[in-house]
Design a protein around this ligand. Structure first.
Ligand SMILES: Cc1cc2nc3c(=O)[nH]c(=O)nc-3n(C[C@H](O)[C@H](O)[C@H](O)COP(=O)(O)OP(=O)(O)OC[C@H]3O[C@@H](n4cnc5c(N)ncnc54)[C@H](O)[C@@H]3O)c2cc1C
Length: 615
């Protein structure tokens, strides 16, 4: 394997936006950010300008394998398939390459809401997002690396029980013991002596370590957790999966490593892998029940490219089902309604969509309320990739806790902090905010959601966004889980460790909940309906399942039911979302899909003649 092998020196001249200037609107800050942006771009350790992949404008007419979407899973699949040197692989990605700013951990939201975000909105929510007109924002990156370019970099794998449950649903080969080797294959843990080789590994493409910096208040939260009777874990992906921790992240030496940066940049000179950016796949071409290529849109033109072996959809939980539907694969009635010829009636396409929901509780603490985005922080980061810009502030304080409805070894509540981010100041650089007190938040999420929604076509026009109906919080147990999580946060705030900061719950600004005593359970129930957000871990819309499950879209080796030469490999295949953040599990799915494809190809070359009916 040739990861980490240095390649010939070729540097990109410029990168796509958003530029760092666009991230702050005030004039003092615009100058600062422009300068910082140009210094970041010139700093190879941060921007990786000399190891960027090159996009091709005119793909060849035919490849062996076509991978659609270069996100968390797609980057993995493209890299692993092209390890077979005689396979010709094409990766088609709708977005551009990563902007330099995304590499800076504290600017983790730089891409969010920019032109590199698909900016989805859900519709017709009956139980959530009332304050935003019953439509929830669902962010997903349209960029090489997908949402690993703007995610919070938290490294978690979910719980062994999640995978054992998938296997118990009839998905052979997906128990924890069977998926764990693929997490290890992906991983290059920079703290292996601390976290140990039973749970972790080194040598994989994905760098995992803790951020080099954390604000002292992060340690005070851990002290508070201990005082409140919660456990402290040194590693939530190790043998202590419950408690509060300082989390490991998908970073290397203070710089974000997206799946694109991790898997594709080291192999950018591999001749049998071609990558075409700004190429949006509009449908899979199917002939006689087999996927034989894709149609895509690039530079104002529709084009087609053939696949002699397989097409692998890795376009994420919103777009993979959309592409299947546009290709005539999905619920018959819906396809007819959309005036699309039915190729394969698969009623489950788009169903079973679900996500973790989270809710934010704001507090103030007695700490100077400085903006952490200042010259001192910028200089330290440019020189050493340390200091406030090298982390997500309180975002690295993460807890996995069990509510009263689960067992201690299968936690269903996640809590993480927010605050000490390097955001833009409205006035002078380094100035104090007006209140003089620092605002922080504790975010709670419920990880065993039962509410299920649907992705469907709004139109047969491939450029019209699909309809995302989250149906979030329709099951009352999902709300109850969040209420228990809020009570845990209140327990945390009621400790001497945090009272030393005069931690104070912020005043409620939700007028819609004025009828309820603040803070009471009824108030929180009202507030959750008003202001809860999907965590952008959307899963399940092309569910994996056994043959007897009529709603299964792919089998246990991720093959689309009823169609040859077509697989789906991304978060959409999860039959039930895992208990934790979905990035690393999706990378594991990409690793697993690649193995399935290689195994099938070996089997075919051993047993099948080239045009055999069974192959
Ligand atoms: C704001 C945010 C914060 C998050 N925080 C964390 C975290 O801290 N830790 C964690 O583990 N997970 C986190 N996640 C979740 C994690 O990043 C996602 O679950 C994961 O990236 C999903 O992987 P995917 O491969 O399914 O899709 P994506 O990573 O979204 O990749 C899909 C790719 O397909 C491309 N594409 C879509 N349609 C087409 C088309 N028609 N043609 C060609 N290309 C197409 C997209 O542009 C994209 O690049 C977060 C997600 C978000 C959005």
């Amino acid at each position: 394997m040739d990861y980490h092998v240095p390649s010939p020196f070729t540097c990109n001249e410029s990168l796509p936006g958003p530029s760092m200037t666009d991230m702050c609107s005030t004039s003092t800050f615009a100058v600062f950010m422009t300068l910082l942006g140009s210094l970041v771009q010139k700093n190879e350790k941060i921007s990786g300008m000399c190891e960027r992949v090159k996009s091709i404008d005119s793909p060849d007419p035919e490849y062996d394998y076509i991978v659609v979407g270069g996100g968390a899973a797609g980057s993995v699949v493209a890299a692993r398939l092209s390890e077979i040197s005689h396979w010709k692989v094409l990766l088609l990605e709708a977005g551009d390459d990563e902007p330099a700013a995304a590499a800076i951990p504290s600017y983790y939201s730089a891409v969010t809401q920019s032109r590199l975000d698909w900016k989805y909105q859900t519709t017709n929510e009956s139980y959530a997002c009332f304050s935003t007109n019953r439509s929830c924002l669902y962010t997903a990156a349209k960029v090489l690396g997908g949402s690993t370019v703007h995610n919070g970099m938290i490294y978690l794998r979910g719980n062994p029980t999640d995978y054992n449950n998938w296997a118990a649903m009839g998905n052979e080969g997906w128990t924890w013991d069977e998926v764990k080797p693929f997490f290890l294959k992906a991983e290059d843990n920079g703290e292996i002596d601390r976290v140990g080789r039973f749970w972790h590994s080194t040598g994989g493409p994905l760098s995992v370590e803790r951020f080099p910096y954390r604000p002292p208040f992060a340690d005070s939260i851990l002290e508070a957790a201990k005082e409140a009777g919660f456990e402290i874990s040194q590693d939530l992906t190790g043998d202590k999966i419950t408690g509060f921790t300082i989390i490991q992240s998908t970073t290397k030496n203070g710089v974000r490593r997206s799946s694109g940066a991790s898997y594709l940049r080291p192999i950018r000179n591999r001749e049998n892998l071609q990558i075409s950016l700004n190429s949006t796949v509009t449908r899979v071409v199917i002939e006689n029940g087999r996927a034989v290529g894709v149609e895509y849109f690039q530079n104002g033109e529709f084009k087609t490219v053939s696949a002699s072996q397989e097409v692998v959809l890795c376009a994420g939980t919103v777009r993979s089902p959309q592409i299947l539907l546009l290709s005539g694969i999905g619920p018959e009635e819906h396809l007819k309604l959309m005036d699309i010829k039915v190729v394969q009636n698969l009623p489950g396409v788009g169903s079973n969509y679900h996500d973790h929901m989270y809710f934010m509780i704001n507090f103030t603490i007695n700490e100077p309320d400085v903006y952490d985005n200042n010259w001192a922080a910028a200089t330290e980061y440019l020189d050493f990739q340390t200091g406030p810009l090298s982390s997500t502030g309180l975002g690295q304080v993460v807890a996995e806790l069990a509510s009263s409805t689960t067992t201690p070894d299968f936690p269903d509540i996640q809590i993480f902090g927010l605050g000490y981010d390097a955001d833009c100041a409205p006035g002078e650089i380094g100035a104090l905010r007006s209140t003089g007190k620092r605002t922080i938040a504790m975010v709670v999420g419920y990880q065993h959601p039962k509410s299920k929604g649907r992705i469907s076509l709004a139109s047969n026009d491939p450029f019209k966004y699909p309809t995302i109906w989250g149906n979030y919080l329709s099951e009352s147990s999902d709300v109850d889980g969040l209420i228990e999580a809020i009570n845990y946060v209140m327990r945390l705030a009621d400790t001497n460790a945090l009272k030393a900061y005069n931690i104070t719950l912020s005043v409620s600004t939700l007028t819609a909940c004025n009828n309820f005593t603040y803070p009471s359970t009824d108030y929180w129930k009202c507030a959750i309906q008003q202001d809860t957000f999907p965590q952008a871990h959307g899963s399940g819309s092309c569910k994996m399942g056994p043959e007897h499950d009529a709603m299964a879209v792919v089998d246990h080796e991720l093959r689309v039911r009823g169609i040859k030469g077509l697989r789906v490999a991304d978060t959409s295949i999860m039959p039930q979302i895992i208990s934790g953040n979905t990035g690393a599990p999706t990378i594991m799915i990409g690793e697993r899909a690649s193995e399935f494809i290689k195994k099938d190809a070996a089997w075919r070359s051993d047993l099948c003649s080239p045009r055999s009916a069974i192959c």
